[in-house]
Design a protein around this ligand. Sequence first.
Ligand code: C2E
Ligand code: MG
Ligand code: MG
Ligand code: MG
Length: 274
Amino acid sequence: HSKITGKDRLTHYDAALNSARERQLLIESDIRDGLEREEFDVWYQPIVDARSQMMVGIEALARWPRRPDGELKPDEFIPIAETSGLIYSLGQFVLRRACSDLQPLEDLKLSVNISPAQFRDPEFENKVSGVLETCRFPAHRLQLEVTETYVLENPERARSAIDNLKALGTAVALDDFGTGYSSIGYLRRFNFDTIKIDKSLAGMVDDDEQASALVSGTIRIASALGMLVVAEGVENEKQVKLLKQAGCDQLQGYYFSKPMPLHDILQLRLQRLG
Ligand code: C2E
Ligand code: MG
Ligand code: MG
Ligand code: MG
C-alpha cells in the first residue's frame, strides 16, 4: 500500500478540520433558526431526597427535538451555542420556560444550568431577576448550576456574581464536581450552596474503592462546610445504598427517572422513586 507523504497528511488534516468547522457553522445557523422557530424544548429530571426518595427538585435540561436535520444532544449544541454567543438567547429561553413551567408547583425547587459565557455577561444577575419577576417565580426556589471552569477562569467576577445571585435569594450549585482539577478547599471560597458530584465519580462508588473513598471524603467535607450534596448519574440500587451511607443529601439519575417532558414528570411527583 502507498506511503502517505507529509503533504498528503497535511491535506487530510485540513480537510477534517474544514469539515468540522463547516459542521459547526451549519449547526450555529441551525441554532439561530431553531430559536426563532421555537424548535427547542426544556425537559426535566427529578432530584430526590436521599432518605425518602421523593422528588424535591428537578433539573431543567435543554432539548432540540424539532431540528429538521435530526435531534442533537446538548453536549453537542451547547458548546456551539457558547462559542457563537447564541447561548445568551438559548439560556434566557431555558430559564424563562423552566420558571414558567414550574411556577405552579410550589413544593419543587428548580435547577437551571448556566454556561460560563452567560456568567460573563455583566447584566446576567439583572436578567435573572427580570425573569423571576416576569414569571412571579420565588427566588428561593431557583438554583443556578455552574461548572468550575468559569470560577477558575475569572474568580473575581465569579465571586461577585455568586454573591449577587445569593442576594436575590437564589441558590448556586457547583455542577460536575470531580471532573476538574480544583479541590473542595479552594472552591469553598465561593459560597456555593450545593455541590453536585459528577456521574463519572458518583457512578463509580459501587465498583471502585478509590472512587468510593473520594466520594465519601467529598461528601464529608462539603457537608462540614454547610453545603448540600447531590450525587448525579445514580443508576442502580447499590449506588443508592452506598451514597446514602456516605451521607449524600440528594440523588439524581436514571435509577429514579430519566429526563422527561413536564407532563410526564408531574405523574411522578407524589410517589417514592427508584
Ligand atoms: P449536566 O448539567 O451535568 O446534566 C446532567 C446530564 O446527565 C444530563 O445530560 C442528564 O440527562 C444526564 N444524566 C442524568 N442521569 C444520568 C444517569 O443516571 N446516567 C447517565 N449516563 N447520564 C445521566 P444531558 O441532558 O444530555 O445534558 C448534558 C449537559 O449539557 C448538561 O450536563 C449540561 O452541562 C449541558 N446542558 C443541558 N441543558 C443545558 C442548558 O439549558 N444550559 C446550559 N448552559 N447547559 C445545558
Ligand atoms: Mg447540571
Ligand atoms: Mg452535572
Ligand atoms: Mg455535565
